[in-house]
Ligand binder design. Structure first.
Ligand code: ATP
Length: 294
């Protein structure tokens, strides 16, 4: 049944994605099998790691017909640590995740996972290390159970249930008439932005990867829901190397390091406290967002 269902759902997904904002890059790769604009070495090895540290070494990148989207980025994320990337729209934050996932390859410089260039490994093995919680989660016209299981089709019901519990979705699921078998999506129950993000978190947990990327939703969540999602993420990120693209600074003050980007460059980096003391771009953005909240 799944073998028929998934391709049919893909078509609906393709349509919505093309119409929509194309933010769900992980599903883009998996479902559409789009050829990445990357080159796979003939001798590419499989990369299997429990822990993963990430290094960007002087990475530059330009999209076709665009100059210098990313300019000489250098930063490290130690295994198990959380880094947040902030900055204005168009700064290049999402592009960093696309380079890490090898949707594109850097024009110069290198990206390393556990001290080895990601180009020396097969695309598949790099992508098996990374789960992405996108801004805009795509739900299929299927049950909640199958929507979560999509993170790893071979997962047992028990594993899916654990991922749902860890994503703190159990209370919501238990309140539904058909529990996990409740249909969602266009022809079923419509989930709120927060519930959809929890489904995406559960999917990512099921994928069971050492690296977790969270692309914070901008408009679909109110600040209360966003804080609740970030609290869940904080708990599930334990043991993962995580990268959070953040728009509301209040959600990332606990990050081990924050990168403030503008026009493809890192302008400031440090902890929330470091950056407040520095009293530069980040502190300025923090004050502006605090004023909005007040
Ligand atoms: P936001 O906070 O709005 O999501 P961002 O900091 O994540 O922005 P990116 O999405 O990385 O920024 O985009 C950086 C720049 O690259 C922008 O000028 C954007 O228009 C451009 N860009 C992004 N994707 C593509 C693409 N596929 N082709 C061409 N240009 C692109």
């Amino acid at each position: 049944m799944m073998q028929i269902f998934i391709p049919l759902n893909f078509l609906g997904f393709v349509y919505r994605e093309i119409k929509g904002s194309l933010t769900n890059i992980e599903n883009m790769f998996k479902l559409l099998a789009i050829k990445s604009k990357t080159f796979e070495d003939g001798n590419a090895k499989n990369l299997e790691l429990i822990n993963a540290c990430i290094e960007f070494k002087n990475v530059s990148f330009s999209y076709q017909n665009k100059k210098n989207t990313i300019k000489g980025l250098t930063f490290n994320i130690e295994a198990g640590k959380k880094i947040a990337i902030v900055g204005p729209s168009g700064a290049g934050k999402s592009t960093i995740t696309k380079l890490l996932y090898r949707f594109y390859d850097a024009s110069s410089g290198d990206i390393l996972i556990s001290h080895k260039s990601i180009k020396s490994y097969s695309l598949d093995s790099v992508r098996k290390l990374i789960a992405i919680v996108p801004q805009d989660t795509v739900l299929f016209n299927n049950s909640i159970l199958e929507n979560v299981r999509y993170g790893r089709l071979s997962a047992t019901d028990k594993e899916v249930n654990k991922a749902i519990a860890d994503a703190q979705l159990s209370d919501f699921v238990n309140s539904l008439p058909d529990k996990l078998n409740t249909q969602v999506g266009e022809r079923g129950l419509k989930l709120s932005g927060g519930e959809k993000q929890r489904v995406a978190i559960a999917r990512s947990l099921l994928k069971n990867t050492p690296i977790l990327i969270f692309d914070e939703a901008t408009s679909s969540l109110d600040s209360h829901n966003e804080a609740a999602i970030m609290e869940t993420l904080k708990q599930v990120a334990t043991g993962h190397t995580s990268l959070v693209i953040a728009h509301r600074l209040s959600t990332i003050i606990d990050a081990d390091e924050i990168l403030y980007m503008e026009k493809g460059k890192i302008k400031e980096q440090g902890t929330h406290q470091d950056l407040l003391v520095k009293n530069g771009f980040y502190a300025d953005l923090w004050r502006k967002q605090s004023d909005v909240v007040r």
